[in-house]
Ligand binder design. Sequence first.
Ligand SMILES: Cc1ncc(COP(=O)(O)O)c(C=O)c1O
Ligand SMILES: N[C@@H](CCCC[NH3+])C(=O)O
Length: 421
Amino acid sequence: MDHFDYRAGVLHAEDVPLAEIAAQVGTPVYIYSTATLERHVGVFREALAPLADPLVAFAVKANPNAAVLATLAKLGLGADVVSAGELLRAIAAGIPASRIVFSGVGKTEEEMRLALEHGIFQFNLESEPEAEMLSEVALSMGKVASVAYRINPDVDAGTHAKISTGKSENKFGIPYDRALVAYDRAAQLAGLDVQGVAVHIGSQLTDLAPLESAFTKVGALIERLRDAGHAIRTADLGGGLGVPYDPALPVPPSPAAYGAMVVRVTQGWNVRLMFEPGRVIVGNAGVLLSRVIRVKQGASQPFVIVDAAMNDLLRPSLYDAWHDIRAVRPRNAQVQATVVGPVCETGDTFATARDIDAVEADDLLAFMTAGAYGATMASTYNSRALTPEVLVTGDQWAVVRARPPVEALIEGDSIPDWLRG
Ligand SMILES: Cc1ncc(COP(=O)(O)O)c(C=O)c1O
Ligand SMILES: N[C@@H](CCCC[NH3+])C(=O)O
């Protein structure tokens, strides 16, 4: 069942008409469905059911809203974090440190210290100098850091170049061929407990084959590392599973198909498996609701100008990403239009020459599948306030991030004395 559906001709989030939220909170606004989050966690878990005690660490970067994280924490998910900010958000939302893994190529000494203080489950190291630094930081605190190395398997994930992370030319992880040397050195560092291997080859993957080849390489590496005397106890298989954005494209592999492949490929590894799903948990659990400001006739087709813009939802400008666009109250007519925001950039275009529901000024339009990498990538470009966020459950809803007043943008800056008076 889709939790964003039409009832009596009006698009709802669960039992709440989107128009009600627009009327009270204004637009643009992100709206998330609790029931969808719950369903996605359930489906992902079920797909991994044959595994013993997997750690599912939600990739906080996909949606760090406190209410979303608290929902996932209640469902027992851990967190994959990439900064002090994400770590603190995860902990504040009730995710225990024992379920937190810290990824990222540029962890600073300060971030390492913070994560060690909290006692997180695992650091995924992305370079040999990082291992040296973490060991020193841990020793200086009288602690030992549990670590894995993120391996760069040199596998083409077949996704957009800007979200591909597993090719040798990408900045992520250590080269596969360097692994044995790196592990041998890490094992000598007194501040580290080398417990695992990690991999993550990219995001919005629509084919399981590259994931399977990356995992197969991880399996072979685990054997080689064990032969070399390393007690490998965890394998973190990252995230990356794609979600359907464009109904005209084939549906990406289901979590069930992904899980079955994982169970098959990891048989006999004898490790605790870890996962870092982001998009597959939150992508379809959110929409960006906007209002049509006006429709302007261009030389060849209409431009639908909405009050959301690239600063609210960056994915179309950054990755040419496709988001389904639905009228909240369809008028039973279609039009071919280019849907744009008010920001002064040509790239502030959500869809070009797209067949959409015919709309007029003041109509509400929803950008679907906007729960992942939506609000979190928003900016205040063009001095537009950050987009508020709403969480729905059944017939209840709450603002979980308020729209800041535009004055806050001005108050945030300060004018030095020499420019005053
Ligand atoms: C290390 C790491 N883990 C997990 C994820 C989550 O990816 P996705 O949202 O595609 O599941 C990402 C982002 O691609 C990542 O960089
Ligand atoms: N921001 C990207 C995903 C990046 C994943 C980061 N590891 C997107 O919207 O598709």
